[in-house]
Design a protein. Structure first.
Lengths: 304, 389, 336
């Protein structure tokens, strides 16, 4: 009887580590990509809808991280239960910022937007250092998330699985929300053409405030989820700014699909690069970003 | 009348002289640290060290009030560091400088220390050979190669003959990897692989996976204390290298005790540091007492605070030996080639201003459900080895 | 107004712009006065001048060419490392090192310009940033050449003109830097007031219409980019000579953000904006850092936000708005 070709019953030893490596890279890379997606999808939508270059997006992620740490340390709330709080609190905080500061700048030059948000980053860094101190925050995942589960000859981290699960759920909710709900249709209309949307009676400002809040909340959630992998200290918004920018620009502003593809690409490239060619360091992601930007200046899924 | 006037003048002169004697000029100490940006914790720790020292020793040395002039070097920025050193020399006219938070900053400041003849205590910078750049420098922190070399040798002596280096991807990391290799070689071991990890690195899993596959008996971690080193340790723990029999030796992991910031993650890891907080020497007890009085009883000190404490102690000692007058050349001759006491144990400066000190090998173990660092061995008076770069 | 009158007025306006204004000699006299007024602040003055020159180079592409760059420190760093490497390997003559730094940065700018003129908007930000990041990583990796994060050691610049040694008060350094910056300012002033400069302005205002007037957009864009890169390189080399040390921070993203901040605080497209911005930014930072070394970032951030929200074109814009307002008020007063 011929052996089934696709599913060999026993993998010979020299091949096993290679396959283990590939599976490991895929799993870790996608988990990391999901984390990046959750953190930066909000930025992508705001950029597409209001053409607002909000470099201070990382501030929301940082804030989410601090909410989680403070709740865990001061109130003894378990890690998983702090996550919704991180989402909600950050979303609420973002509303006045959008209303009173950002809204004035939607028609401003791109450069002014960049400078305004850089100013906000500086203020946030100093404020965080003042409130929580300049040291990195002590943080430990609960025990059940630090374990590795063996499935066959492969081992997966529970933390990675959590990132994957939350990322997938959020992706599905976003897609469903955008494609199937009335509010999603309003968002799409506003992204497509703001003036026409206004003309047909959509309250674009309100739609935008809500979208902005949700996007910021997601960044907060991502920041909270990511403390274990990314660390948390006051300079967080600067340290990971490049990552957000890469996701948004490779994906193209305003597309959830693009942000997802870009985040996964970035996660996989970064992980694979470190695994197979660690000597290149951060080169790979920068070069990938440069090439994509030169090939398609509006991003993989962006419209010209 | 004339006589009376003369008496009045004489009295006034005497009074003025007496007044001048009581009111000695302040002893100005310039402190150049990173007070802002991602590494602001160095400046924070330095201030804590200053507060604690003043609590314990008062704010005067031989009757001269100590005046601190704090300057922010903003991080790795040799131009800023050089400028503020110049300003401390020409504008503030300080007597002593504590600084050199980063190696390039220390290198850039060295010529100013030489030109202005100001004794300069290097606080954090770790590149080998910095104090030799100026005859007015001494280092109170530790050079890269000393502890790493010794730990490499020690690891080989434990029978861990195959080693792996995980070092940060910049020149300091290379120095760390070289020193470890030299140490392991000297003990009859061998380095079977190494990875260099970029500074802007969010995810350590792939690197730790590589170490796991290479399966050495000991992995050397050489990363800046803080987020980077902590991230690697977490991945080391999560992926279970310790269970696979891969030991880890490393330098300091956090600004404060690693058991505080990392908790259970550090279990089993060996650290080689120049100081242990549970040292029972009177110097260390005085240091901890002052810290707890100023920062609260639960405060966990960091090594920058201790560097500052030592720099102040040593300054006090040599200024007292000069009866309050600071002659820079005399002061340097009292520093280089002399031994002092410190919370970390005995320390000395060699003729190049480089520090010689103990390395304490500790292991993180769980005692009654609580993570603790347990002393394994004291490697006495370790010198930086002469390595070919 | 008839078209003819409009043209005449436009030409008159242009002439008026080219002529030296009353405040310009005052400004440079002020720079000279700094030497006598603040003898212990000369190192700060020198670094302000270097930063201002760097901001000026950015103003050429941003204020006049409409090219936004998040990675302009690429050329600053190339200039600094060129001068530093020459000095390290035995040639420490300051003026030739300076020129070499500018030349190499210009060549790098020329290579980059092929890419730069093809992208706009956010992509442009990312491409300039990406080039910068790749170069930073390269310099970090090539530590046998650059010294990596330890910085370039063993730099020794010779005495200026073989006579003046760099002194601890920074006097020689300040005078030398001021002279170089003034000469380069004159060059930049000449450029922006030439027909080429006018074409650039047109390009910035209306990208689509200029080709109709026969302007070669890409060639103009590339040319101003090369010029700007050269000046950025010169400013990097100048700073390297005054610090006598070069390290990775001269290629760091932070420096790009800082210089952009200075330019916006000062005002774009007016040349003096870079000087005003650099002075205000560095002096405020220096004073705030002395007051409270740990949290000065907050106040810098606040200043940035206020300037972006409430001024039309940085401090220079606010200043000219204020003088216009005063003039109008005075004019209105006499009329009534």
């Amino acid at each position: 009887m011929p052996r089934p070709f696709l599913f060999p019953t026993r993998i010979t030893p020299p091949v096993l580590p290679i396959i283990q490596g590939i599976v490991q890279v895929l799993f870790d890379g996608i988990a990391f990509g999901m984390l990046l997606f959750v953190m930066s999808v909000g930025l992508s939508i705001t950029l597409g809808m209001m053409h607002f270059a909000n470099l201070a997006h990382g501030v929301f992620a940082m804030l989410g991280g601090y909410v989680t740490v403070v709740l865990m340390h001061k109130a003894g709330v378990p890690f998983l239960e702090t996550l919704p709080a991180a989402f909600v609190i950050v979303a609420i905080v973002s509303v006045p910022l959008e209303r009173f500061v950002y809204r004035r700048m939607y028609s401003a030059k791109e450069l002014d937007q960049v400078l305004l948000t850089v100013g906000i980053i500086y203020m946030a860094i100093a404020a965080a250092a003042y409130v929580w101190g300049p040291e990195p925050m002590a943080f430990a995942l609960p025990d059940y998330l630090t374990r590795y589960r063996d499935i066959g000859s492969f081992s997966f981290s529970t933390y990675g699985a959590l990132l994957l699960a939350i990322g997938t759920v959020i992706t599905l909710v976003i897609f469903y929300g955008l494609e199937r709900t009335r509010f999603g249709a309003m968002i799409r209309a506003a992204v497509d053409d703001r003036r026409v949307a206004l003309g047909v009676g959509i309250n674009v400002n309100r739609v935008f405030t809500i979208t902005f809040a949700v996007g910021s909340g997601l960044a907060g959630l991502g920041g909270a989820l990511g403390i274990n992998a990314l660390g948390l200290d006051p300079s967080f918004p600067i340290e990971y700014l490049v990552f957000f920018l890469i996701v948004v620009s490779i994906g193209g502003g305003g597309t959830v699909k693009g942000a997802l593809a870009a985040a996964l690409l970035l996660g996989l490239c970064d992980t694979a690069g470190k695994y197979y060619v660690p000597q290149t360091g951060a080169f790979i992601i920068y070069v990938v970003m440069l090439l994509v930007m030169l090939w398609r200046p509006n991003g993989l899924f962006g419209r010209p | 009348m004339r006589k009376l006037f003369g008496i009045a003048v004489a009295t006034a002169l005497v009074a003025a002289a007496g007044f001048a004697q009581a009111d000695e000029p302040p002893l100005k100490i310039g402190v150049i640290m990173t007070y802002s940006g991602p590494f602001a914790t160095y400046g924070h720790q330095a201030d804590i060290g200053i507060q604690a020292w003043e609590k314990a020793h008062g704010d005067t040395i031989t009757g001269r009030k100590i005046e601190f002039v704090r300057k922010d070097d903003t991080g790795l920025a040799p131009d800023v560091s050089k400028r503020v050193t110049q300003e401390l020399a020409v504008r503030d006219k300080v007597d002593v400088i504590f600084g050199g938070c980063w190696s390039p900053n220390a290198f850039a400041s060295a010529p100013i220390a030489t030109q202005a003849k100001i004794p300069f205590f290097i606080i954090v910078a770790a590149t080998d050979g910095i104090p030799a750049k100026s005859p007015y420098m001494v280092r109170v922190s530790q050079p890269v190669s000393a502890a790493v070399y010794t730990m490499g040798k020690w690891a080989a002596e434990q029978g861990w003959k195959t080693g792996y280096s995980a070092v940060v991807d910049y020149v300091l990391g290379t120095a760390g990897a070289n020193a470890f290799k030299a140490g392991l070689d000297a003990g009859g071991g061998q380095v079977i692989g190494s990875v260099r990890i970029p500074v802007s690195n969010p995810d350590f899993t792939p690197y730790v996976q590589r170490v796991k596959q290479a399966h050495p008996q000991v992995v050397q971690l050489f990363m800046p204390a803080g987020a980077l080193a902590e991230g690697f340790v977490k991945a080391y723990h999560d992926i279970g290298l310790a269970k696979d029999g891969i030991n880890m030796v490393t330098g300091p992991l956090s600004e404060t005790q690693p058991t505080n910031t990392l908790g259970d993650y550090v279990e089993g890891i060996y650290t080689g540091t120049n100081w242990i907080d549970n040292n029972t020497s009177p110097e260390n007890q005085a240091f901890l007492k002052a810290l707890h009085e100023t920062q609260g009883p639960t405060f966990n000190p960091g090594f920058v605070a201790m560097d500052i404490w030592d720099a102040l102690n040593i300054t006090k000692q040599v200024v007292e030996e000069q009866q309050g007058k600071i002659d820079p050349d005399k002061m340097m001759s009292l520093l280089r080639g002399h031994q002092f006491t410190s919370p970390r144990g005995p320390i000395a400066f060699d003729q190049n201003g480089e520090i010689v000190q103990n390395v304490y090998l500790q292991q993180a173990v769980k005692v009654n459900g609580q993570m603790e660092m347990k002393l394994v061995q004291t490697l006495p008076m370790v010198k930086a080895p002469a390595l070919t770069q | 107004m008839t078209t003819e009158a409009q043209t005449t007025k436009a030409i008159a306006d242009f002439r008026a712009q080219v002529r030296w204004q009353w405040y310009e000699p005052l400004f440079w006299l002020g720079a000279i006065a700094w030497y006598f007024l603040f003898p212990t602040y000369l190192p700060l003055g020198t670094q302000i001048l270097c930063a201002a020159l760097f901001a000026l180079s950015l103003d050429l592409i941003l204020g006049y060419g409409g090219i936004v760059s998040l990675g302009h420190t690429t050329f600053f760093g190339i200039g600094a490392y060129t001068a530093g490497l020459l000095a390290k390997h035995g040639w420490g003559e300051p003026i030739t090192c300076l020129l070499a730094g500018g030349a190499l940065a210009a060549i790098a700018g020329w290579i980059c310009s092929f890419v730069i003129v093809r992208v706009q908007g956010v992509a442009l930000l990312l491409v300039t940033l990406g080039i910068n990041l790749v170069l930073y990583e390269a310099a970090n990796k090539a530590y046998t050449i650059t010294g990596g994060a330890d910085g370039l050691q063993g730099i020794e610049f010779w005495k200026l003109f073989g006579v003046f040694d760099y002194d601890i008060y920074g006097r020689v350094s300040f005078v030398y830097t001021l002279a170089v910056v003034f000469v380069l300012f004159l060059v930049a002033r000449r450029i922006v007031h030439s027909p080429f400069g006018l074409a650039l302005k047109g390009m910035r205002e209306n990208w689509k219409r200029m080709p109709a007037l026969g302007a070669a957009l890409r060639r103009h864009g590339a040319l101003i980019f090369v010029l700007s890169a050269a000046i950025a390189g010169l400013s990097g080399a100048l700073l390297a000579e005054s610090v006598q040390f070069v390290a990775l921070d001269s290629l760091g993203v932070q420096r790009s953000v800082d210089v952009l901040t200075m330019l916006i605080v000062g005002g774009t497209g007016v040349l003096y904006g870079s000087f005003v911005g650099a002075t205000v930014y560095m002096v405020v930072r220096d004073q705030l850092a002395d007051l409270n070394p740990a949290y000065w970032y907050f106040w810098i951030g606040l200043i940035l936000v206020v300037i972006v929200l409430f001024t039309r074109n940085g401090l220079v814009g606010a200043l000219s708005d204020a003088t216009d307002w005063l003039k109008r008020r005075r004019g209105g007063g006499t009329a009534s």
